[in-house]
Ligand binder design. Structure first.
Ligand SMILES: *[C@@H]1O[C@H](CO)[C@@H](O)[C@H](O)[C@H]1NC(C)=O
Ligand SMILES: *[C@@H]1O[C@H](CO)[C@@H](O)[C@H](O)[C@H]1NC(C)=O
Ligand SMILES: [Zn+2]
Length: 394
């Protein structure tokens, strides 16, 4: 559906339903204020102040190669063009009072409300391998195992974890895996203001570009699956496609003692010996040795049951990055989020028809505190940018 139709849909919808006052109005009153990325970074806006030391490191590169040179402008422009829907902010995992997550003006993917362009399923017979929340200390063994099996996967990375463990991210990249976005601090996306959410994905795109020689990720996955029409639209400014899943291992509960490797193995057994249509996108995590084990134990079963295991882009013959086919092919023109991204937004209307049934089989919320909010530090950004230079200088 063209963007104009979405607009009129929104207009009709807002006339039809009484909409609660957006929580954004009182957002500054409560506890989130001290946790904003901007506060942590010590600035009041997206852009670095002109005299910030980071500019000495990065100004030339930002001006010439960064995919994110003017993201704030892109957001302003998209808001002005009516391309960013207003949805009441949630409160870290609680639906805003009176808001139906399956309402077509909200379409919350935690309730499995789908929008055209989201990825939920793999093509028949294929299994999209993907791991969330890395890099972590458990990652090297996973990457080694994948490499030993000449297998590639999509890694939905937490930006703050890349900052902390850049060497693991580099190894994953050098092994040919697809690096994708899982936000910087793993918060509930629908609880964040436009600017906070933009910072969460923008900086994660940036640090991935830094470790991959300027490659701009193609995919993002919302933490907890929590995304609505507003966050999807902001992600589109960066050209990101949302990837969800159609089976959930709950492997993240193993290190918390709430699940076991054998229970997860049973789930794998059921899915892998089940129907091949649609193909599988199974939610897995590279959180801990036990979650990596859960995958390593299941992989032979994927193969023996004839599954064609691929990274997410390889399911669809897509490039790994928006500006590069993969990790070795050259980087083509850097993106222009102001003039390219924002104008190319074509947010399709929510397909709310199938979602009511899906909501009944809700995926459940993930209370994954290990990867909860991590404060950003200036030195982290300096490291990120310095590392970008190191990689680009290779
Ligand atoms: C989306 O759904 C999740 C899970 O129910 C909830 O925590 C979040 O608040 C919802 N967001 C919106 C905007 O409805
Ligand atoms: C990968 O293969 C090497 C060489 O055979 C082996 O030493 C290593 O243990 C393997 N890694 C994993 C995680 O299986
Ligand atoms: Zn996660």
């Amino acid at each position: 559906m063209a963007f104009k139709s979405v607009l009129s849909l929104l207009l009709i919808a807002s006339a039809t339903f009484a909409r609660p006052t957006p929580a954004a109005d009182n957002h500054a009153d409560h506890a989130h204020a001290g946790r904003s990325l901007f506060d942590a970074y010590g600035v009041s806006d997206w852009a670095h102040p002109a005299d910030h030391p980071v500019n000495a490191l990065s100004v030339d590169r930002l001006a010439t190669t960064s995919p994110l040179a003017q993201p704030k402008d892109a957001l302003t422009k998209a808001v002005a063009a009516g391309q960013i829907p207003t949805v009441p902010l949630s409160n870290e995992g609680n639906d805003p009072h009176g808001v139906d997550p399956n309402d077509p003006t909200v379409c919350n993917s935690t309730s499995e409300c789908k929008v055209d362009g989201d990825i939920w399923n793999a093509p028949d017979g294929m299994l999209g391998l993907n791991f969330d929340d890395g890099p972590t200390d458990a990652s090297p063994r996973l990457y080694d195992y994948l490499k030993n099996n000449t297998q590639k996967a999509t890694l939905f990375y937490i930006g703050g974890n890349i900052r902390d463990l850049p060497q693991h991210a580099l190894t994953a990249f050098q092994n040919g895996n697809d690096l994708a976005v899982h936000t910087w601090t793993h918060r509930w996306s629908t609880s964040l203001s436009n600017e906070e959410f933009m910072a969460e994905i923008g900086w994660t795109c940036q640090i991935i570009a830094d470790v991959t020689g300027g490659r701009v990720p193609r995919y993002w996955r919302p933490p907890y699956g929590d995304s609505d029409l507003r966050t999807r639209a902001i992600a589109k400014i960066f050209g990101l496609t949302q990837v969800d899943w159609n089976q959930d291992t709950d492997d993240w509960e193993i290190p918390e003692g709430k699940n076991t490797e054998s229970a997860v193995a049973k789930m794998f057994q059921k899915w892998l010996t089940g129907p091949k249509s649609p193909g599988l996108i199974i939610l897995e995590h590279e959180l801990a040795d036990s979650t990596v084990d859960a995958f390593i134990n299941a992989y032979p079963l994927m193969k023996s049951n004839g599954w064609d295991t691929r990274s997410i882009p390889d399911l669809f013959g897509a490039g790994y990055y928006q500006n590069a086919e993969d990790n070795t092919s050259p980087v083509v023109t850097p993106l222009d989020p102001v003039n390219g991204g924002a104008t190319s937004i074509d947010l399709n209307a929510a397909d709310a028809t199938s979602s009511a049934a899906a909501a009944a089989a809700s995926t459940g919320a993930q209370s994954n505190t290990k990867n909860g909010a991590k404060a950003l530090s200036t030195s982290g950004f300096l490291l990120a940018f310095a590392m970008g230079f190191a990689v680009l200088a290779l």
